[in-house]
Design a protein around this ligand. Structure first.
Ligand code: PLP
Length: 626
């Protein structure tokens, strides 16, 4: 699948088949089930589901849950660690009910629980996870209703742990649990001095928004002691930020929090659970580095460092090994979902050249550009490249001042692109390509216009320059030759993707195939299952995407079935969320058309057709119907 580097970021789940189609390997094995993306697309088209569409591979989601639990369990056994592992899934990472249900189902044998950070998330956790052996961890700032809901869960026999994020929550928990006569399970979030790295580093360190300082922990424990509630203190928690790029941060955090745990244990406060939060990173760009979009460790190394780091401290300080809890969300969900969009148009640089015939009194800038074209050869291509950049800049200034006319500017631009194209072909014969000329490939890059909204489907690429792997789903057996960036269909110039994974680093363009006439060329945006899926906004009123949920067919490893289709939002739904009334809108159009019919400007039959058309557009998909 080169040049798309899928072997590096795909975590073993994707490969190309002999037809040049991308396939999913839910068991990460060459011999085993495999799902051909283009077969999935064919079935989606046959069912009349328009693109763009989110495709969810539930088998990947299940595999990730199992991998996390089995890896930790194996590490624990190998090290002779005395506690066990409990995973909890933070539902903010992807709150879709189907995702949460799948994780609970796949995590059932491991007692995989849930984590909530708000009242709404807690309401979902209470209703959707009734496994009383699993944990429900409650983070985030809390009001009385939040705590009452948690205590309601305790009355249902659930292991719900309220994690104290700020000191005032102790008082609320003590008061409300007495009032409701419920025995709370309490956790403490520590504000570690270890500073995270990468985009989410602000979650830790002295200036972090959440967590208790060491003095607040000591005070809090005393408060619980005074109220006879130290036995309620069950969990010690930290979270140093999502997508931790460097394993050293994990080691340091475990050591610092491990000391807090062991000190409390030595003073008689034995805490059952040691919660390492989220942060387990995934390799978005496949570089296995400490860059923002990667990480320099594997899951096995991550679990080994947590288990052995904590074990060492406990043994040294002669205290029991606590159970280990992880709140990994990104790791579980990122790979299972991708956005599939179709290319609907291409915007080529200088695709419509004009005639450049010589005119007697043409401007000197045009003459200079013409001369550059005539004199271009391999030996002077760098000099000519520099000259034409200057002529192009001068041309724009001259045009603004009214010194050259539109036709002259068009001729200069046509000649400019002609020269650039010729230099580009000459570059292959150069032993060394000077730095400034390396931009030629970016200068020449086309834009492939794709039927999606960056703000809805890849918000982090715009908001925080997150890299997402992007590649075509077909023609992988052909060398791609077209350098392109991707533009979306919003009316926003930020609605584009211009940073892509390259062999060694990032490029501003991506190599795709030259489109064939009438070809359906499908592109996938990968690793969108964590955060992207649920954080999109409705810029330009492009709404949520259609979703197709895919499972492997147990009877035929090369087959799959669509278990569920969730229709994306219609225009009337997005309008309603902005307080428009689709009924009133339809009525208004009808009244206006009736008036035209009365005035004789629209025929009655035509008028009825126009009303029907308006109403069908209200009910239709928000994306382009192409
Ligand atoms: N736990 C807490 C408290 C978080 O704030 C987050 C996200 O930042 C997570 C867990 C999930 O982290 P991740 O998706 O990196 O696993």
């Amino acid at each position: 699948c080169t040049p798309y580097n899928v072997e590096s970021w795909g975590n073993g789940y994707f490969t190309a088949n002999e037809k040049g189609h991308l396939c999913v390997l839910p068991e990460k094995k060459e011999i085993g089930p495999r799902i051909d993306f283009m077969e999935v697309i064919k079935e989606i088209q046959e069912q009349g589901i328009p693109f763009p569409t989110v495709i969810r591979f539930h088998d990947i989601l299940r595999a990730q849950v199992q991998l996390l639990n089995i890896t930790f369990a194996n590490t624990i056994t190998e090290h002779g660690y005395q506690g066990r592992f409990y995973g909890v899934y933070p539902i903010k990472v992807n709150q879709m009910r189907e995702v949460v249900e799948e994780i609970i189902d796949a995590g059932g044998p491991f007692d995989h629980g849930l984590e909530a950070g708000s009242k709404s998330e807690l309401l979902a956790c209470l209703a959707y996870n009734d496994n009383s052996n699993s944990l429900t961890i409650l983070n985030g700032y809390k009001d009385e209703d939040y705590i009452r809901l948690a205590l309601l869960g305790r009355k249902l026999g659930r292991k719900i742990i309220i994690v104290v994020e700020s000191f005032s929550e102790f008082e609320m928990i003590i008061r409300l649990s007495k009032e409701m006569q419920a025995d709370p399970l309490i956790g403490i979030r520590t504000k570690l001095s270890v500073k995270g790295r990468g985009r989410w580093a602000g979650s830790s360190g002295d200036r972090a928004k959440f967590g208790l300082t060491c003095s607040e922990i000591v005070e809090g424990v005393e408060l619980l002691q005074r109220n006879g509630m130290t036995n309620c203190l069950k969990l010690l928690h930290f979270h140093v930020g999502s997508q931790i790029p460097d394993i050293r941060i994990v080691k340091e955090a475990v050591t610092e929090a491990g000391r807090i745990y062991a000190n409390l244990a030595q003073s008689g406060i034995i805490i059952d659970y040691f919660d390492v939060g989220g942060g387990l990173g995934i390799d978005y760009d496949g570089s296995k580095s400490t860059g923002d979009s990667s990480r320099n460790y594997t899951l096995a190394e991550y679990s080994a460092d947590i288990v052995s780091g904590l074990q060492q401290i406990c043994d040294e300080m002669n205290v029991p090994h606590p159970h280990i809890v992880s709140e990994s969300g990104r790791y579980i969900t990122a790979h299972h979902s991708c956005v599939v969009t179709n290319v609907i148009n291409t915007i080529h640089q200088a695709s419509n050249p004009c005639k450049t015939t010589v005119k007697e009194d043409e401007h000197v800038l045009l003459g200079n550009m013409r001369e550059s074209a005539e004199h271009l050869k391999l030996e002077n291509c760098q000099e000519i490249f520099n000259d034409i950049q200057q002529i192009k800049e001068d041309t724009i200034a001259a045009f603004r001042l009214g010194v050259i006319c539109l036709v002259e500017r068009a001729k200069i631009e046509t000649l400019y692109w002609l020269i650039i194209n010729r230099i580009d072909t000459m570059l292959a014969d150069l032993d060394f390509i000077p730095e400034e000329m390396q931009q030629i490939k970016e200068l020449k890059a086309s834009q492939y216009l794709c039927n999606f909204s960056v703000f809805q489907s890849a918000a982090d690429t715009w908001a925080i320059s997150q890299i997402l792997p992007i590649m075509p789903l077909l023609r992988l057996d052909e060398e791609p030759s077209e350098r392109c960036s991707l533009a979306d269909i919003t009316c926003d110039s930020d609605g584009k993707i211009t940073r892509f994974i390259a062999k060694d680093g990032y490029d501003q363009s991506l190599l795709l195939h030259t489109l064939q006439p009438d070809e359906d060329y499908f592109i996938g945006l990968f690793l969108t299952g964590a955060y992207q899926d649920v954080m999109g906004d409705m810029h330009n009123l492009f709404g949520r995407l259609n979703e197709v949920h895919i499972y492997c067919d147990d009877d035929d490893p090369n087959d799959f079935y669509i278990e569920e289709v969730i229709r994306g939002t219609s225009s009337q739904q997005v309008l309603a969320t902005m307080q428009y009334s689709p009924e009133i809108m339809a009525r208004s159009i009808k009244t206006q058309i009736d008036l035209q019919i009365k005035q004789g400007t629209v025929l009655p039959r035509e008028g009825v057709g126009l009303i029907d058309f308006y109403e069908s557009c209200l009910q239709g998909y928000t994306y382009l119907n192409i």
